[in-house]
Design a protein around this ligand. Structure first.
Ligand SMILES: NC(=O)c1ccc[n+]([C@@H]2O[C@H](COP(=O)([O-])OP(=O)(O)OC[C@H]3O[C@@H](n4cnc5c(N)ncnc54)[C@H](O)[C@@H]3O)[C@@H](O)[C@H]2O)c1
Ligand SMILES: *[C@@H]1O[C@H](CO)[C@@H](O)[C@H](O)[C@H]1NC(C)=O
Ligand SMILES: *[C@@H]1O[C@H](CO)[C@@H](O)[C@H](O)[C@H]1NC(C)=O
Ligand SMILES: *[C@@H]1O[C@H](CO)[C@@H](O)[C@H](O)[C@H]1NC(C)=O
Length: 423
């Protein structure tokens, strides 16, 4: 499918970008020492944060339901989409608990949110792993051993938005068990806790990768799901578990299948900052920005003879601001014993060539682009039919100008050359 790739240093080709869905990542080894160091530095960081935030919230406001306040658990809230969702929820007066183990997210994003919403009872961050039965959690300021279930018994959640996952198509083919573990199995752990504690609403982050390679475009919600990689399969399995559970439950369920997510907070408070080791295999926008910054020499577009308008692959790019708006609408409209499944896309495909042109204009850099032969496994066109979500939730994409979305993201990128570490 895709078409995109980038060169690292002259002579060395890095993996091609999965422009179609999510992204690629190299094999990575976890190490215990690293984890320990992380925990220790986190403690230090959190203590510093505590000192700097005199009004830091007491956990008790999170443990009781409060009339008129909806408390949302945002798993993966330190990540790209989760942090933007948390910002929107907080702005809309929701009470938010973020659970994230920072394996791929940024504590910096959580700190930005805490700086914006320091009032008691607004935002709480719990460092925990959703997968482990017994996870090390750092519940500011103490370090304790916790189970995921305990997070639920000590907090009164009205709803869960489950973003936490690993999300690199290429990595999923290299290390499938990691995907079934960290997507399917982790979702089961969360779902069990949700069931036991009778959480009323569950919003799930799914993906167009669950459809595989449909023959017919645009993709509607009833398009058969035949995923072609472990990432898509793991997400489909998670969907199936949620749907089966919901049949005998009062829980309201919303499954949102995202297309290609781009952009960042228009006010420049948050951005997309994948860990450096993921960055080099990142998505099309990250690659364009890196090329514009000169971190990589240029972009490689793979395939110019597809049956599309200009011969390059076509994808549906959805701005993260629109995406989180869809989540809030889904949350508001979620009804007990009901399931809503929605595509979240613009309904309009954009070619890789169009994307690159928009990126050049947004960054003001004449990025070098090489056009190469097709890469195996890429398919020509993927885009959504977003009619159902418009009809049911009155949602439609508003930030559909590719160049403008990229300008916003580029502005944050430029002012944060080292991601959240740049201050
Ligand atoms: N980015 C896209 O284009 C896209 C497209 C379709 C679907 N999605 C889905 O959206 C969700 C969010 O994606 P993103 O792009 O923000 O990714 P991300 O990597 O930025 O965020 C995921 C977050 O989950 C956390 N996490 C992972 N495993 C965890 C665990 N076991 N315990 C606690 N925290 C854990 C990570 O630390 C990270 O902060 C994912 O479920 C992904 O599959 C993303
Ligand atoms: C996912 O789960 C596996 C266990 O199968 C674990 O070893 C691995 O570290 C996890 N990976 C990441 C980034 O999540
Ligand atoms: C975070 O969770 C992943 C599973 O998604 C796991 O592989 C990884 O080891 C965890 N990292 C930390 C620091 O707990
Ligand atoms: C639907 O959304 C539009 C704006 O996005 C708004 O003007 C309109 O009032 C909404 N309609 C309903 C029925 O809520």
């Amino acid at each position: 499918m895709l078409s995109f790739s980038r060169t690292r240093s002259p002579g060395r080709n890095t993996s091609p970008l999965a422009g179609g869905m999510d992204y690629l990542e190299p094999k990575r080894k976890s190490n215990v020492l690293g984890r320990l160091i992380l925990i220790v530095s986190l403690t230090a960081l959190c203590i510093t944060m505590l000192k700097n935030a005199p009004s830091f919230t007491s956990p008790t406001s999170f443990s009781r339901s409060q009339e008129g306040v909806t408390h949302v658990l945002v798993t993966g809230g330190a990540g790209y989409i989760g942090s933007h969702a948390a910002l929107r929820l907080l702005k809309d007066s929701y009470r938010v608990t973020i659970v994230d183990n920072l394996s791929r997210g940024n504590l910096g994003a959580v700190k930005v949110l805490q700086g914006l919403f320091p009032e008691a009872g607004r935002l709480q961050f719990i460092y925990a792993d959703l997968g482990d039965a017994k996870a090390v959690i750092l519940h500011i300021p103490k370090i304790l051993l916790y189970e995921v279930d305990k997070i639920f018994s000590e907090n009164a959640f009205d709803a869960v938005m489950h973003f936490a996952a690993v999300a690199y198509v290429g990595e999923s083919t290299l290390d499938p068990l990691k995907y079934y573990h960290n997507i399917t199995s982790n979702t089961l752990v969360v779902l069990e806790a949700v069931a036991r504690h009778k959480v009323k609403k569950f919003i799930y982050s799914s993906t167009c990768a669950t459809y595989g390679e449909p023959d017919k475009m645009p993709i509607v919600e009833v398009t058969p799901q035949v995923p072609i990689n472990p990432y898509g399969k793991a997400k489909k399995m998670a969907e199936d578990m949620i749907l089966d559970f919901s049949k005998n439950s009062d829980m309201a369920v919303m499954i949102l299948r995202y297309f290609n997510v781009i952009g960042s907070d228009p006010e420049g408070r948050l951005g997309e900052a994948p860990k450096p080791e993921l960055r080099e295999h990142g998505r099309i926008s990250g690659a364009c920005f890196d090329a514009a910054r000169g971190v990589i020499p240029g972009l490689q577009v793979k395939g110019t003879d597809y049956k599309t308008g200009d011969g390059t692959c076509v994808r549906d790019y959805i701005d993260v601001t629109d995406l989180v708006d869809a989540h809030v609408k889904a949350l508001e409209k979620a009804k007990p014993r009901n399931v809503g499944i929605y595509n979240v896309g613009t309904g309009k495909g954009r070619s890789v060539k169009e994307f690159v042109e928009a990126c050049k204009k947004a960054t003001g850099v004449d990025i070098q682009v090489d056009f190469l032969p097709r890469r195996p496994g890429d398919y020509a066109e993927v885009y959504s039919d977003p009619a159902k979500i418009l009809r049911d939730l009155n949602w439609s994409a508003r930030f559909t100008n590719l160049q403008e979305s990229l300008e916003v993201a580029w502005k944050w990128q430029k002012s944060h050359p080292h991601g959240y570490a740049s201050s």
